[in-house]
Design a protein around this ligand. Structure first.
Ligand code: AKG
Length: 262
C-alpha cells in the first residue's frame, strides 16, 4: 500500500482519479486541508454565522434542509483564503481540464437532529449561466461528515445524460421539477454516498445529480460549497441571479467578484 505523505494536490492527484471524475461526475479527494486550516476556516464560518442570519434552503425553519450563507468569501478574509486556496483551485482546474473562474462560495450547515434531506437536484438548473461545460463544485468538509451527518450522495455518470433528461434552467424556484419527472430512469440508478473527514473535499460536475441525507447526529454538519465556473461562462437570467444583474444576458462574467482562478 502507498501511504501518501502530505496533502492532496493537483500534482499528486493520480490520473485514474481524474479519469474517474470525468466518467462518474464526482470524486472524493482526501486530505486537502490541514488540521490547522480546517480549524481556522471553521472558526471563521462560526463567526460569520454569529454575525449573519443564514438563509433557509427549504420552505421554512421546520422544513429546513440546509442553512446557508452566500458569498462567504466576500465577507471574511479567512474564507476568501478557502475559496482561493491554491490546493483547492489546483485540484478543481485539474479535474475540470480547462480554465475556471470563482463563481460562488457558501457556508452550508445542517443543524443537529433537525435538518431534513437535501432535495435531489443538479446544479445546472439553478445556475443563471450559459456557455458551461466544465463548471464544478468543491464541497469542503469542515467537520467529519459520515453518512449520518448528511454527506452528499451522487448518481454516477448522471452528468453525461442527454439534454432530454435534464432540466436545463429554472426561471424561478416554482419551476423545480422532481428528478424522476425530468429523468424517468433516475429511480433505477445506483447512488453513491461519500462520507468525508474534516479537510477532505468532494468535487462534482454541475450536471451530476446529487442529494444529501438528514443530520441525525448531535453535531452540526458544516461544509463549504465553492463553485468554479467555466472561465467563458456568460450571464443567463434565471434563479439566484441577484449578483449578476449588472451583466447583459450573454455577457461574459468578469470583474473582482468573479475572478479567473487559472
Ligand atoms: C451543492 O453544494 O451542490 C449542494 O447541493 C449542497 C447540499 C448540501 O450541502 O446538503
Amino acid at each position: 500500500m502507498t501511504v501518501q505523505a502530505g496533502p492532496s494536490t493537483a500534482e499528486t492527484l493520480p490520473d485514474h482519479i481524474v479519469r474517474r471524475y470525468r466518467d462518474q461526475g464526482f470524486v472524493h479527494v482526501p486530505n486537502v486541508l490541514s488540521e490547522d486550516e480546517v480549524a481556522a476556516f471553521r472558526a471563521a464560518s462560526d463567526e460569520l454565522l454569529r454575525k449573519e442570519t443564514p438563509t433557509i434552503w427549504g420552505a421554512d425553519e421546520a422544513e429546513a434542509q440546509v442553512h446557508y450563507i452566500e458569498e462567504a468569501w466576500l465577507k471574511s478574509d479567512t474564507l476568501r483564503g478557502l475559496a482561493l486556496h491554491p490546493r483547492l483551485i489546483g485540484l478543481a482546474r485539474r479535474l475540470a481540464g480547462g480554465p475556471l473562474r470563482l463563481y460562488s462560495s457558501d457556508v452550508l450547515v445542517k443543524k443537529p437532529r433537525e435538518a431534513l434531506p437535501t432535495l435531489v437536484h443538479d446544479d445546472e438548473a439553478g445556475l443563471p449561466l450559459a456557455n458551461l461545460s466544465r463548471t464544478l463544485t468543491a464541497w469542503v468538509a469542515l467537520v467529519d461528515v459520515p453518512v449520518e451527518r448528511g454527506c452528499l450522495s451522487y448518481v454516477p455518470g448522471s452528468h453525461l445524460r442527454p439534454d432530454s433528461d435534464r432540466q436545463i434552467r429554472m426561471e424561478s424556484f416554482a419551476d423545480y421539477r422532481p428528478m424522476e419527472e425530468v429523468w424517468p430512469d433516475f429511480p433505477w440508478r445506483p447512488r453513491v454516498s461519500v462520507p468525508l473527514r474534516a479537510g477532505d473535499v468532494a468535487f462534482h460536475h454541475f450536471r451530476t445529480v446529487h442529494m444529501a441525507g438528514p443530520n441525525t447526529t448531535d453535531v452540526p454538519r458544516m461544509a463549504h460549497g465553492v463553485i468554479y465556473a467555466d472561465e467563458e461562462a456568460t450571464y443567463q437570467p434565471g434563479v439566484q441571479d441577484q449578483y449578476l444583474t449588472h451583466f447583459q444576458p450573454g455577457q461574459r462574467l468578469g470583474g473582482e467578484k468573479f475572478p479567473p482562478v487559472g
